[in-house]
Design a protein. Sequence first.
Length: 380
Amino acid sequence: MQNPVTHHQENKAGLLGRFYRAAKGFSLFLLSRLISRLIGRGLAIKQEREHGRQTIKANLIELVTAVGGTIQDPDLKLEYFLHRNQLRRRHLHVRPGSGVPVLGTEELDERLDKHRRAVFSALLIFAATSRSAVEGLAYLFEGRFWFYAHDSLNQRLQTIFTVTEIREHMGVPGYVPGLHTARDDFGSRGFKQRFNDHSTTQAGHFLTGLRLALDPAVVNQVVETPLGPAGSIRDQISAGDPRAASMSDTELAVYLSIGHEKFPDPFGLHSALKAGSLDPRRIFIEQFRRATDADYGHFQQALAVLDKQTHPDFDSIEELLQQIGIQDERRRWGVLWHKGNSMADLRLTIAAFDMARRIQTGRIQTRIEAGDYIRQNLQA
């Protein structure tokens, strides 16, 4: 007969063995599931990153194609683009369901605004290489590019104004609030003859008019010069002409827009000779003084005529604009004889003010509608 103690020990050992084998099997099962999930997650992350890469690539190709450019090697262009903006593929993630790459590290998140500006600057460069400067200008509003795929018209306007603000001229640092450029290489290609003075600044001129019309309070921001802050545009003008102090922001913006075409810009020898001073503040005062109350009235009358029209008819306001009396003066010898006054610029300014009013009154509500306005009214 088997010893009961021995039998009990054998049963206990058998139970422990079965428990051990079960635990071992379960552990192996969990380990295999964990490994499987890790592999699956790794593949998913790789796919997400590749999807993000392909999304950027597709947007890049779409952007360049839309503005009439070409890409010889999209992959090389993409790698250069990512490198230039200090991004790497390991930082790319895709927000579920959106297909829009977002930054995935705290370090990059802190620099998000910088990268947004860099990305839009790249869009600006590509737009400048388009077949038509007008087409490139319209695409600044319409472009669905990376961070900017889903922004509103107001958000896009803020971005455009931020990126195109002039922070230097001919390599000399300085900042005049409300003065914008869309890169000189935009040129004047594609503008209707009425808006074309064959300079390289027509797109920037339109953006300047749009900024002054939508954000006239910019005249109260401080001007920065190589020697330091120089007060606001309003302060500078009021010091030389008391009328400016009592004007509304909108009135002052219109007077400056008109005077800008009746007196040379504050860059170069020509404006300094005519103003009798190298001080830019003196030139701003002269520009303001050249715009008369009658000029202001003609401008506002012309704007009121356009405001009543479903589609602006610029022929209908030509007589009013001619009464303002702009004398075309072309630029010669670069900065030494910088003039830049033209009737074409005045027409472009009132087109910008008309577009701004349509935005403010809700007749232009989307980025696509803004792009359509530019194409339909400015493009030859």
